[in-house]
Design a protein around this ligand. Structure first.
Ligand SMILES: [Zn+2]
Length: 366
């Protein structure tokens, strides 16, 4: 557990001063409480409470790819780090397939993801969890949030949001146009609204393993994210936050491009009355010039790596060498790597490269 102590949040300072801290007020050991508790159905309260109780019983991590295609080398490296972080500490590691966006799922991708992880020796505990089988749960949470006044309907068109965003970049923070509108759940002006989480103007904080302080400003860096899309689809942030809580996840290891998503999900957990898990945002795979790998290079999946190096031991060696964990050309199994590594070495080595780019809100989703 050495490395976990190195970045305990101080809960002081930062852009928000001492106004209010999501997460910091509600430790993982706190019972569920929050603004909507009174309106939350008993079965949801019990589910979330069971997840928080599970957190007390030891490390539980997860890897949560979307079956929209094969895992590329960047995904594989993040999977390796997530697995190592769990297994070095003797923890559980779950595999969750984030397959809610059915039109984007690719046939056979879920099976290939599992086969690739197995081939690399990244074993998971229990059967894979499918978000598509948990839609009823997400719908219950959405209804409860809506009844509690935490959501508001937004009828802004994509066109409008695109027009007001920066000329070159994607819109990062929703400006709150619809906050005061009173729209029904049903169709308005001929189409259904999306539903946004009403974020308080406060700092969002979480325990972070990387050297960066886990903190974002709710109003200016995260904004009112969509939890239910106009087409009825449950949004990624809702499903993810509900799953981390209800499954009792203690530690989320993910790429640092998801920094802003973490802010949104931690804010939602606070609305649900629970503190966040711990996060480790790991560096994306960058080329020697510090740039993100080109889409083509990043997209190279196991098939290309197999052709270049052969077996799983060579691929684990390649992934680990790219992080400085082993010398280039090493061949070893994931299990051998796990046995060799100390937690403090793992975290210090992964962050040894001075990365000038602090993960920030720019990676966010409107
Ligand atoms: Zn709107």
């Amino acid at each position: 557990m050495l490395g976990l102590a190195m970045n305990e949040p101080t809960h002081s300072g930062g852009p928000a001063g001492d106004r209010f801290f999501y997460g910091a007020q509600l430790g993982a050991d706190q019972p569920l409480r929050g603004a909507i508790q009174a309106g939350m159905p008993r079965h949801l309260q019990e589910l979330f409470q069971a997840g928080l109780t599970r957190r007390q019983q030891g490390y539980r991590g997860r890897f949560a790819p979307s079956p929209t295609g094969d895992l590329h080398r960047g995904n594989l490296r993040t999977a390796l780090l997530s697995w190592l972080h769990a297994r070095i500490q003797g923890g559980e590691w779950l595999l969750r397939l984030d397959d809610l966006d059915q039109p984007r799922n690719r046939p056979g991708a879920a099976a290939r993801i599992q086969a690739d992880l197995q081939w690399l020796g990244l074993d998971w505990d229990g059967p894979p969890l499918l978000q598509s089988r948990r839609r009823g749960l997400y719908a219950s949470v959405l209804s409860s949030l809506r009844r509690g006044g935490s959501l508001y309907p937004c009828a802004c068109s994509r066109r409008l949001l695109a027009d007001i965003s920066a000329p070159h970049g994607a819109l990062t923070v929703y400006p709150g146009f619809c906050r005061q509108k009173t729209l029904g759940w049903g169709p308005s002006q001929g189409r259904l609204p999306s539903w946004r989480l009403r974020l308080p103007d406060a700092a969002i904080r979480w325990p972070e393993v990387s050297p960066w302080p886990g903190c974002l400003e709710g109003a200016t860096e995260v904004g009112d994210v969509v939890l239910r899309r106009a087409d009825g689809l449950v949004a990624y942030h809702l499903a993810t936050a509900v799953d981390e809580l209800s499954l009792g996840i203690t530690t989320v290891v993910r790429g640092d491009d998801l920094w802003a998503s973490t802010g949104a999900q931690v804010a939602l957990m606070a609305v649900l009355g629970a503190g966040p898990p711990r996060y480790w945002h790991v560096p994306l795979w960058r080329d020697p010039q510090g740039q993100r790998l080109s889409k083509r290079a990043a997209a190279e999946g196991l098939e290309g790596l197999r052709q270049g190096g052969g077996d799983g031991a060579a691929v684990i060696g390649l992934l680990a060498a790219s992080l400085g964990l082993v010398p280039g050309g090493s061949r070893l199994s994931a299990r051998e790597l796990c046995q060799q590594l100390q937690m403090s070495d793992l975290i210090a080595t992964v962050h040894a490269e001075p990365t000038p780019i602090q993960p920030g809100p720019k990676a966010g989703e409107a």
